[in-house]
Design a protein around this ligand. Structure first.
Ligand SMILES: Cc1cc2nc3c(=O)[nH]c(=O)nc-3n(C[C@H](O)[C@H](O)[C@H](O)COP(=O)(O)OP(=O)(O)OC[C@H]3O[C@@H](n4cnc5c(N)ncnc54)[C@H](O)[C@@H]3O)c2cc1C
Length: 388
């Protein structure tokens, strides 16, 4: 299979790089860095990308896109992740929340929800996990009672990234039928986060600036026109959504940039003379290439109109583990000072590697844990029995 980019795609990549060189400030280190400039910056950058037609370029023109190939979108994703994703939370709109509205939404929902995403004006969050429903997501108990022209929602979500951004809308998973088997009776609601009865409470973690929240829903009224897909058939929506999400994050690109930083550091400090250091860095580079190609395989299936369920899980397993391995190798290379945080003047590389390592501890948990990805591959890819 030939994954070479065309001349047109390479020219676009060059334009995009030049734009990002000019617009991404030196202080940008990604989200969750305790810097109040981050969210206003990502919002502004998304508006600028939208203005150039680059934010949702692979979306169809009728939904505010440019009808570009998914490979063009893959280039955008790579360049963004190589710079710590300056689109902030809006990458979720483009990668899967928007595509889900296109696939499952009514014409009215598409007309209402897609243009603000394409214009870079709106932040969505994902209300799936609950205190007792993570890997076993279908155990969720947040309930939406059908009251005819609206639903009344009660329950609690947890680990909700960006809910306090503040998010404008939430893709919320709820139970609408308690008598049905657990994978049935689930519905997806598009919930305005300003609706009375919604409380967002940040969760602090040992990793530093928080990214997570709890979201409490008390008698939240959601109009029926905000039901996405069929009532009680939300599981189909979610399976498609998680697949898009897994392909949509170019973690290898971020790992590749960190490898470059480590190689520069090894050369500048003479550590590159050490055969063990060279061995580790070369190993990371090979793993980076494998992760990149596995992602390209999933993208090529998307380009052919296929939902790459197995391939997305395989790619994600490699991508998330790569990020953790590169973080470990980085800390080893930097030695004891590498543990210092960015604010410490003695921290090598301004604490960048420590932050990267910390940031990636939960990477193999988000969007379905490593073990769950392996279960998907074992069961659906290899035909092994379902996990007990
Ligand atoms: C960075 C990050 C961002 C997140 N953002 C969001 C968000 O925006 N919205 C949202 O809804 N959720 C979000 N989550 C939550 C995430 O989806 C859940 O943490 C994840 O699905 C795991 O669920 P859990 O934490 O309940 O762990 P559990 O499901 O309790 O799992 C605990 C451990 O048991 C293992 N395990 C569980 N079941 C099996 C099995 N059948 N076979 C083998 N091993 C198993 C798991 O792999 C894990 O190691 C985020 C999580 C992280 C880390």
């Amino acid at each position: 299979m030939d994954f070479a980019f065309t001349a047109e795609e390479e020219a676009f990549r060059a334009d995009l790089r030049a734009f990002l060189d000019a617009e991404v400030p030196d202080w940008w280190r990604g989200m969750f860095v305790d810097d109040e400039r981050t969210m206003p910056f990502t919002r502004e950058l998304c508006r600028m990308l939208a203005g150039r037609g680059w934010l949702t370029m692979a979306w169809p023109p009728e939904h505010g896109g440019a009808g570009a190939s998914v490979w063009m979108q893959a280039i955008v994703r790579e360049e963004m992740w190589a710079r710590e994703e300056p689109r902030g939370p809006q990458y979720m709109n483009l990668n899967y929340i928007g595509p889900l509205v296109m696939r499952f939404g009514t014409p009215e929902q598409q007309a209402r929800f897609l243009p603000p995403m394409a214009q870079g004006e709106v932040i969505w969050t994902q209300g799936f996990s609950e205190p007792d429903a993570g890997s076993d997501l279908a155990s969720l108990i947040t309930r939406a009672e059908d009251r005819g022209d609206h639903f009344i929602v009660n329950g609690q979500k947890i680990w909700t990234s960006y809910a306090d951004a503040p998010a404008d809308w939430c893709l919320l998973l709820t139970r609408t039928n308690r008598d049905a088997p657990k994978h049935h009776g689930i519905s997806v609601l598009l919930v305005d986060m300003t609706t009375p009865g919604i409380t967002v409470r940040p969760i602090d973690t040992m990793a530093g600036p928080h990214e997570f929240n709890e979201v409490f829903l008390d008698d939240v009224r959601v109009p029926r026109e905000c039901l996405l897909g069929e009532q009680d058939h939300g599981w189909d929506v979610i399976v498609a959504g998680l697949t898009f999400e897994r392909v949509g994050i170019a973690r290898y690109a971020r790992a590749g940039r960190v490898i470059e930083v480590l190689v520069e550091y090894a050369n500048a400090t003479g550590r590159g003379d050490d055969p063990a250091v060279r061995d580790r860095l070369a190993d990371m580079r090979a793993r980076y290439e494998a992760a990149r190609l596995l992602n390209y395989r999933a993208v090529s299936m998307q380009a052919a109109g296929v939902v790459p369920t197995i391939e997305a899980s395989v790619a994600r397993m490699h991508n998330t583990q790569l990020e953790q391995q590169v973080g470990h190798v980085g800390l080893e290379l930097l030695g004891p000072l590498g543990r210092l945080r960015s604010k410490d003047p003695l921290a090598p590389l301004e604490g960048e590697i420590h932050r990267y390592w910390t940031r990636n501890i939960p990477t193999t948990v988000a969007a379905g844990t490593l073990e769950i990805q392996k279960n998907i591959v074992a069961q659906r890819g290899l035909g092994l029995p379902r996990a007990p």
